[in-house]
Ligand binder design. Structure first.
Ligand code: 5GP
Length: 117
């Protein structure tokens, strides 16, 4: 574990800061993004802060990564008809701002070709 301050997501998990939590299990939490980039914009976050990005998570705990993906599907089933874009920003130049791995679940009328804006 790092000695850094807890991430914003760890603080949400600890209920130190408020969030609209949509689902929680022993190992993941799902919440609505505070600054939505799509009509539906949800986050699925492993509770452990041990993995900074999806690459580290895939190497270190593929079962947990599979739970993140399964949770994304369940959320999309409820919130956007089961269809969604799953995004893991990886690195600052790719737009990552929180270095506690999380999946963005984006849905609700996304346009083809809107991936890179
Ligand atoms: P990243 O840029 O690291 O891929 O994604 C971080 C995401 O976390 C952003 O979409 C940002 O809007 C969201 N976020 C940051 N702080 C908070 C917060 O306090 N509450 C919620 N619900 N989302 C947050």
């Amino acid at each position: 574990m790092s000695t850094a301050e807890p991430s914003v997501f760890s603080r949400i998990i600890a209920r130190e800061i408020p969030a609209e939590v949509l689902f929680e299990s022993d190992s993941v939490i799902a919440l609505r993004d505070i600054a939505p980039q799509a009509p539906v914009h949800l986050l699925v976050v492993p509770k452990t802060e041990q993995y900074r990005n999806v690459s580290e998570l895939a190497a270190g705990d593929p079962t947990l990564l599979a739970e993140v993906v399964a949770t994304a599907q369940k959320l999309a089933d409820v919130h956007c008809g089961g269809e969604y874009r799953l995004v893991f920003n990886t690195g600052e130049s790719a737009g990552q701002t929180v270095f506690h791995v999380h999946a963005h679940v984006l849905g609700g009328g996304l346009e083809e070709g809107s991936l890179g804006d």
